[in-house]
Design a protein around this ligand. Structure first.
Ligand code: SAH
Ligand code: SF4
Length: 382
């Protein structure tokens, strides 16, 4: 366990919370904006560096507050620019954050929990079980750390992190309040100024929380589907037993309708050889999604030891993609890049790499999921 200091950690405070904090210590509210810019735009954690704050207030802040991100255990940079951080959170567990550059886009894949309780059968994070919820400071702290590594810049000018996907370790909807606060900071101009279209929450399908989400925030939504019928989905994604497909797709449609704009759901589908990659599965999926405007992102399975699953052949992946495309869907296959650090979807286990042993593993680029630049798929509702 990392010792707690008893000080208020300002890193995870949203703007209203920060204003409340300054109110509570008898200071003017505009200090909130000043301090937030120092923290998020310039990556500053030392109050003495906040030069537009008076010495007296800096001393006061030093006594009662801190700016503390999770501890960086390791940072790996792949030859293709992909970066991975392992950070230790307060519970003592480690989680991973991955940065994937692609053209003008830089996507940061952020973790929400250490481990995960939902135990999807093909996910190594799930195999660990649940360890802890990350605090808001630990969620936004991953963005803070990544941003600092590129040299912090104000939110208004070109930056390295253009998109954030909540697709790291954990189920974000089961750490609701902290994830909402962190996503608000991602979008706030006093935070990271990322547009709501470029902040994506991925869920395995916690239906009541999808409805709740709509009341708080309007980020993009990705659904981890992985199977076109309840029988198979319940085997792969056990939470399906509680919230089956009809209910789940209804809630996703409600969420998307609530956004009230031309924004489409992303459907993620991890392809598992001889499990969910048959042409019949593609046909069932075409039928299942016909009333749900969406773009589909196929993720070839990323293997990990003792998973019991295999990645389908490239031919099988292409065949599956083509069938969906022929039915009018916009379908991308998540690309794999880099072979020198281990950061693929579902392989995140919060461990520092043994690079030599793991050099054969590939990095799955998640950027396609957050492709906010691509026009909504006109053909997505066949
Ligand atoms: N818990 C959330 C977000 C984190 S997982 C969710 O399930 O949506 C991010 C994505 O990676 C999900 O679509 C998940 O199903 C997928 N994934 C998990 N394990 C994988 C693996 N071994 N290979 C490929 N994709 C995997
Ligand atoms: Fe949890 Fe997502 Fe992994 Fe399922 S796929 S176990 S919900 S992290």
């Amino acid at each position: 366990m990392i010792a707690t200091t008893g000080k208020t950690n300002l890193l995870g405070l949203t703007q209203p919370e920060m204003e409340k904090f300054f109110d509570s210590i008898g200071e003017k509210r505009f200090r909130a904006g000043q301090v937030m810019k120092w923290i998020h735009h310039f990556g500053v954690d030392d109050f003495d560096a906040m030069t537009n704050v008076s010495k007296a207030l800096r001393d006061k802040l030093k006594a009662i507050a801190e700016v503390r991100g999770p501890e960086v255990v390791s940072e790996d940079i792949s030859s293709d620019g992909t970066r991975k951080w392992v950070v230790r959170v307060e519970s003592g567990s480690c989680v991973e954050t991955v940065y994937i550059p692609s053209g003008k886009r830089g996507t940061l894949c952020v973790s929400s929990q250490a481990g995960c309780a939902l135990d999807c059968s093909f996910c190594s994070t799930g195999k660990q079980g649940f360890n802890s919820n990350l605090t808001a400071a630990e969620v936004i702290g991953q963005v803070w750390i990544a941003n600092k590594s590129f040299g912090s810049v104000p939110a208004t000018i070109d930056r390295a992190i253009t998109n954030v996907v909540m697709m790291g370790m954990g189920e974000p909807l089961l750490n609701f309040d902290n994830v909402i606060s962190a996503m608000q900071l991602m979008m706030d101009d006093l935070g990271y100024g990322i547009s709501k279209r470029r902040v994506t929450l991925s869920t395995s399908g916690v239906v009541p929380m999808i409805d709740e989400l709509a009341k708080h925030i309007d980020v993009s939504l990705a659904l981890s589907l992985h199977a076109p019928n309840d029988e198979l989905r319940s085997q792969l994604v056990p939470i399906n037993k509680k919230y089956p497909l009809a209910m789940l797709l209804d809630s996703c449609r409600r969420y998307m309708a609530n956004l009230g704009e031309k924004r489409v759901l992303t459907v993620e589908y991890t392809l598992l050889k001889d499990v969910n990659d048959h042409v019949d599965h593609a046909r069932e999926m075409i039928e299942l999604l016909k009333d749900t405007p969406c773009k589909i992102n196929l993720i070839p399975f990323n293997p990990f030891p003792h998973s019991g699953y295999e990645r389908p052949s490239n031919n099988a992946i292409r065949r599956f993609q083509e069938l969906l495309q022929q039915a009018g869907y916009n379908v991308t296959v998540r690309t794999t890049r880099g072979e020198d650090i281990d950061a693929a979807c579902g392989q995140l286990v919060g461990q520092v790499n043994d690079r030599t042993r793991r050099s054969s593993r590939l990095i799955a680029a998640r950027e396609l999921n957050a492709d906010a630049d691509s026009a909504p798929n006109a053909a997505s509702a066949p």
